[in-house]
Design a protein around this ligand. Sequence first.
Ligand code: F6R
Length: 612
Amino acid sequence: MCGIIAYIGNKPAHDILITGLHRLEYRGYDSAGLTVMDDKKIQTLRSVGKVANLRNKVEGEWKDNSKASLGIAHTRWATHGLPTEENAHPHTDMKGKISIVHNGIIENYKQLKSKLEAKGYKFHSETDSEVLCNLISEFYQGDIEEAVVQALKHVEGTYGLALVCSDEPDRLIAARKGSPIIIGIGNGETLVASDVSALVQYTKQVIYLDDNDIVCINREGITDIFDMTKTPVSRDVQEVDWDLGAAEKGGYDHYMLKEIFEQPEAITNTFRGRLNYEEGTAILSGLNLTPKEMVDINRVLVFACGTSLHAAMLGQYFFEDFAQLPSNVNHAAEFRYRNPIVERNTMAIAISQSGETADTLAAVREAQRKGANVFGVCNVVGSTIARETDRGVYLHAGPEISVASTKAFTTQVMVLLQMALKFGRCHRLSRSEGVKLCREIESTPELIREVLKEAENIKKIALKYKGFDNTFYIGRGYMYPVALEGALKLKEISYIHAEGYHAAELKHGPIALLEENVPVLALANDIDGKDKIIGNVEECKARKSPVILTATKGDDEMKSYSDDIIWIPKASAPVAAILTTVALQLYSYYIAVARECNVDQPRNLAKSVTVE
Ligand code: F6R
């Protein structure tokens, strides 16, 4: 999704902006651009495609001579209009004085555009952002901060924005509503970004703007932060706990592979200091609930999107199995459109790696409107969902850069398991059962390492199946969400059509598609449901589908049911679900690499989806 970086200080801005844009590449984009303020003159360069194209253009046209030390830059992921140079940001107003970069969507841009056209404004792009830029220009009477406030009062929709004005060449303005903006405070320099990853190289001191905040910055630093009524607001400076190394590939060919291999450590971070072996429970102080409050909760509503939704489905099993709590999983996008019933004593949980997913955020707000206590399970600290939810638990998985989610999924599952354990101990789960679950959680990182040792075997199998255009993933019980997640991973990074199905559902329709060119990946680990899935595998074989199984190490009889086997260490059902997911991540990864796909930035995808 779109990314913003802006700089004001005493160094050449274009260098810092281009580096910042590279850091934002992982979010997914289709064009990029930058503006620098050169001696009261706005200079803009934009290009379609990768940031490298923009860098070449900058080097070619400015020949490294630009000393301008104020600028704004953007990576765009097309929403209004095609990915063309005209539609790329920054946009400049008709008078050529104001240049803006904008994330989000101006919902009433058509009405605003017509009004501006009636006043003689001409537009060069199809974007809502150019409309916003001209709207600010319309209100400009020598004070850019005032013009921004007046313009934003007429705007419906969301924005994270940064802008400069050639009449005030020492000022940078940024504002936020519904799309993140973070200010990085450096030594004699200040940065603005939509994402912390673009800032960490320059500073660890950051301020997260809240919705409706507007910030004014000059060469000395921040001069004001105020809201839409121009009332000053104060925002704390926070210390970012990532370093640059954590946001780089660390010797792996792709971020995705690095993140797959980081899972033992990431999972350890989710439970470090959070398990009480003595009492057989989880601590999770972020939930901030007394045992009495926990006993009063009698229903769990979970909402999320994509991979996080699959984690939510596993969470539903955990809450039912360990805490005897009725649970519902909801597509976040659908939640507010179907007038959901939120009863008293319902706990709602929003799951989101980025904490910025628009559909999930909308569901959070809908649940809050209906009086629910909403808990956030997020990875990105300070993200909008993390801040807007009443309480929550962070994943501590570290930055996930690859667009395809891997370690966020397994850590989400781990956090949900700990939540179920904690609630379970207030309900019917005994101390000894709780201790057993703590031990299982603790054993997971080592078991993941065993799965990772299978990488070469998984790669061999992946290479055998890389040429098939369709694949079915089937599972039952805990392995059903894992089948969905395995199929999602394969389709998003290798562009192979893959369907995740409940194994029993196959015979209700999709079995018609099975034939020798349609492999089936059946999750037949030795846990509840295995006997039944063997029957389903036989049905697939009878239709000549090649069968790949995941099976439990030592369960040698499974060889007779399969063409190929991915062995998974023996583990309890919740842990087996995590281990099997890791194996399927590797399977998709190796197929995508073999098919020469852009693994970390698959086509059409964005890391955080901030549009509904
Ligand atoms: C798939 C993937 C997406 C995200 C989804 C939700 O690999 O990454 O399906 O899981 O867009 O994102 P978050 O978790 O950031 O809300």
